[in-house]
Ligand binder design. Sequence first.
Ligand code: ADP
Length: 263
Amino acid sequence: MRYADGTAALKSVSMLVQRGQFCVVLGSSGAGKSTLLRMANGLVVPTHGTVSVDGVQLDARTLNAVRPRIGMVHQQFNLVPRATVAMNVLCGALPVLPAWRALLARFPADARARACELIEQVGLAPEHLHRRVSDLSGGQQQRVGIARAFMLNPPLLLADEPVASLDPRISREILSLLRTQARERGTTVLCSLHQIDLAREYADRIVALRGGAVMFDGPATAFDDTIAHSLYEVGVAPTGQDARVPVAASPATAGAKLQLQEV
Ligand code: ADP
């Protein structure tokens, strides 16, 4: 995948994710994780090669049919902060509703029943149902995000750094929830993370990216310290929320002035 400005974001990546697998795409910032996930739901179109979901190759013709079969969980939750928990979860059903229902936010009874069921399953209480999302904690908001993602019972769920803005304890709660909900439904999960410890703990399989290339692809149990060292170069990333390795300014660029010719 090469972006318009010439950035080679992914280099000869070839992978097949088995149905029901919890596959973590691991790597530091800029490794290509988001690009890979965005490719899996057609938001990024590869410059070479193809992407297939459930045997259907993604292209302009197939995208509308495939998209409702893919759930998304986002790093910043992507909820409507002023809307209630119930409304946010119900929004997960919008892709399959007739336009008039979507416009009037008139959700059918089965969608409302499913939303209630999911809200309970992700560990929220009945009193949360009519609470504004902006009044919830980060962890609770991500629970809403997970409930919304499962509304259409998608065979594939993409989670782009779902715990990057949460503390380590809540991160574990959220990843456990994601894994349990996915296992119960046989959902395939492609989840990007930058924390090695969390990847080892929750993944069935780890695909580690470095500079857009796959440098490890195997079961989480085979991802040892030597591989971890070579992924982040300076060693195993510390446990906790942000295990990214800081990038030091190189002597060549230190002090260099940025210039914008035109905006
Ligand atoms: P990650 O999710 O691992 O942080 P990304 O997939 O976001 O990595 O980015 C991979 C590389 O592609 C980075 O060098 C990033 O700057 C670049 N990139 C991402 N999106 C774009 C874009 N729209 N245009 C140009 N370059 C991009």
